[in-house]
Design a binder for this molecule. Structure first.
Ligand SMILES: [Zn+2]
Length: 199
């Protein structure tokens, strides 16, 4: 099964699980729970700054931070990186004990602490050799704004469906939010994220 990334490099999805035969993003309800959780999380991460840039410049100078291009880790405990700072992450993961935290929610925090302590990859440390998807063999993926729009549309759809199923209660909005959050929180995260060391 082909693996694809959407929006940000790093997290990879089984193409068949998220893309329909006509090359469109599947409706959320057709996507299995684990990739759906990551997709939903991904939308919240688009256009966020690189973590290392952010640690360097802070909120006051956030405009100097580069937008993240890469995401590693688990939903909720992820690391966001620009291409310039990816070698720091790879170094931490491979050489500085980062891989011990693989699959944990503390993964991102441990990396951030390492960076905040002034660590970085040695000069010239090679970045990961990316396994680039074959552009010929892939459907045209919607760009990140399109993905975001679709996910939002899908959420609208979900809310309406849940409301219809639940009947018209007065606190239906609260119910709906709680339901979806529990659903996401309960999902067992399958540690299928591919880390560079697995390649
Ligand atoms: Zn950066």
């Amino acid at each position: 099964m082909a693996k694809v990334s959407i929006g940000l490099r790093g997290w990879r999805f089984d193409e068949e699980e998220i893309i329909s035969e006509d090359g469109e993003l599947r409706p959320l309800e057709e996507i299995p729970e684990e990739p759906r959780e990551r997709l939903v999380r991904l939308v919240g991460l688009l256009e966020e700054p690189c973590d290392v840039c952010y640690l360097e410049y802070g909120e006051e100078e956030v405009h100097r931070s580069k937008e993240a291009e890469i995401v590693y880790g688990e939903p909720g405990g992820e690391v966001l990186l620009c291409a310039d700072h990816e070698p720091d992450f790879i170094y931490w993961f491979r050489e500085a004990g980062g891989s011990e935290h693989k699959g944990s929610q503390e993964f991102g925090d441990r990396f951030h602490e390492w960076v905040a302590a002034g660590n970085e990859a040695p000069d010239g440390y090679a970045s990961v050799e990316h396994v680039e998807e074959d552009p010929e063999g892939l459907p045209d993926l919607p760009d990140q704004h399109e993905v975001q729009k679709r996910l939002e549309e899908n959420f609208e759809g979900d809310r309406i469906d849940i409301r219809a199923l639940a009947g018209e209660t007065s606190d239906e909005d609260d119910e709906d939010d709680r339901l979806s959050e529990e659903e996401l929180a309960d999902s067992d995260v399958d540690l299928s994220t591919e880390y560079p060391s697995n390649r």
